[in-house]
Write a protein that binds this ligand. Structure first.
Ligand code: SF4
Length: 288
């Protein structure tokens, strides 16, 4: 089997500087699970790697390839967070009951949270499959391109207040989010415990628009079934949210936490897009 040194030598011979850099990025992926963006950032930030890379690309550089291979292997074995941010790019964290104290001014901003409701189907990157939630799931919002909203380059924008899941993860020691499964998750009722109006609205909304029912009608529509029940629930959701905003003053962003994601967002997760047909009537089309 080819060693890392063999691979670096071959890449250097075949594609020069670009080949060597690509092979170094690949090595950090293979040895430590770092994604390409994280590995490229590490190559740029780790002075020792940079020096070996520069030496390997200079005159008589072949002699430095062994040093580069050793430095890459050493970095990949380091028992500490490398700051590659690979885990922050996979998804945003789920919050647990013990994160409640972090929520609020100076900590985790409430407007940065949203809820998924029981019955909604979610995708677990760790398990590699969809499943139906058995309770609330409170998450930090994701950035437009995916990953955590608070990732700034390779830095955590709220490091001192990062939630339990982020503090628990230690990729180098095999610690992953699944190991927190037994802990109580944070719920909407925890977050609105001091607001009886919000709790009453939450209960009423869940009764009229259960997450299980929403998931079921969207699933059926996505599989080519009658879209009418899905459209009816989309309309009901729209009316309820508009009424709650107008009458009780909870803005859409706060409703994403109190009532969970709007139905049209849940529909999108089922591969359905809400649009208008030729007569200007709402319709659902498959595909995002
Ligand atoms: S809160 Fe910070 S550590 Fe946690 S996923 Fe977001 S950027 Fe990463």
């Amino acid at each position: 089997m080819a060693t890392l040194l063999d691979k670096l030598c071959a890449a250097h011979r075949q594609a020069g500087a670009m080949g060597l850099e690509a092979a170094s990025i690949q090595a950090l992926g293979d040895l430590r699970g770092v994604d390409a963006a994280g590995a490229a950032a590490l190559l740029a930030a780790q002075a020792e790697l940079g020096q070996w890379l520069a030496a390997a690309l200079g005159p008589g550089g072949d002699n430095s390839l062994a040093g580069l291979a050793a430095a890459l292997e050493d970095l990949a074995r380091r028992p500490a967070c490398l700051g590659c941010a690979t885990c922050c790019r996979v998804s945003s964290p789920t919050l647990y009951a013990e994160d409640l104290a972090l929520v609020g001014e100076g900590g985790l901003p409430r407007q940065a949270l949203y809820a998924l409701r029981p019955g909604e189907r979610v995708y677990s990157a760790r398990l590699g499959r969809h499943f139906a939630l058995d309770g609330d799931l409170i998450k930090l919002r994701e950035a437009a391109g995916g990953g955590c909203l608070f990732l700034e380059g390779s830095r955590c924008g709220l490091y001192a207040h990062r939630p339990l899941q982020c503090r628990h993860l230690e990729c180098w020691a095999g610690r992953h989010a699944g190991q927190l499964e037994g802990r109580p998750r944070l719920s909407r009722r925890d977050l609105f415990a001091q607001d009886p109006t919000a709790l009453a609205l939450l209960g009423e909304y869940d009764l009229r628009l259960p997450g299980e029912e929403l998931a079921q009608v969207f699933q059926e529509a996505a599989q080519g079934g009658d879209p009418a029940p899905a459209l009816a629930l989309l309309e009901l959701d729209h009316r309820l949210r508009a009424g709650i905003a107008a009458r009780y003053g909870y803005p859409p962003q706060e409703q994403d936490l109190l009532l969970g994601r709007p139905a049209w967002v849940v529909a999108r997760a089922h591969g359905l897009t809400l649009a208008l047909d030729g007569q200007g009537r709402p319709c659902l089309s498959a595909g995002q």
